[in-house]
Design a protein around this ligand. Sequence first.
Ligand code: ADP
Length: 228
Amino acid sequence: MLLMTGISKKYKNGSVALKNIDLHICPGEFVFLVGPSGAGKSTFIKMLFKEVVPNCGKIFVDGVDVLALSDKEVPFLRRQLGIIFQDYRLLPDRTVYENVAFAMQVIESPPVKTRKRVLTVLELVGLKNRANAYPTELSGGEQQRIAIARAIVNDPILVIADEPTGNLDPETSRDIMRIFTSINESGTTIVMATHDKDIVDAMGKRVIAIEKGEIVRDDAKGVYGYES
Ligand code: ADP
């Protein structure tokens, strides 16, 4: 599903974010990316959808050579990925329903199919009854659930989440993780950068730790491994 070889990234200001990363993630895996601030996690995540381009190395996502994609082709890659951020990034002037439907309208999905699928994913995240609300009328946890619904509505090949519970309290975070677990159980690969020790330790999934741009740990059933 994801293959990286010899990936290094040095920003123009001289900061070295990643050094010679080799990594293989199989279809259906749930992978946590952990490490101290400044370790290179966000750089890693952004390379998966070509927001950041490494200086050398190769990245394949589901067999697609990401670095060989032209600027015009990159949006097609991104449409096959479900990307979730700490700050939700919803459209404030659109309802819950419209925020999720928008992702399907972009790929010109027929209206009847769109409506059915949007209601299905809103039900999956437990927000079907808030379809007509606006994001500002919802709690942080509810907004993140909409962001998840939007990310999965087009059946992505890979879900990428950067600190998805970073702004949420522990109980809400556990609810959010239950949703990610059910998405993963349906076969979707998930890569999640997080600082949430409780969640990583409770899940018992693969943990890749990055420090100073290098993979220092890769455990099949890992723990967070840092002070919280
Ligand atoms: P993390 O997500 O683990 O906190 P980052 O990937 O954000 O780590 O950062 C890794 C290193 O790259 C840090 O030293 C950071 O200062 C540097 N860095 C990140 N983004 C940029 C950028 N756009 N320009 C220059 N340096 C950057």
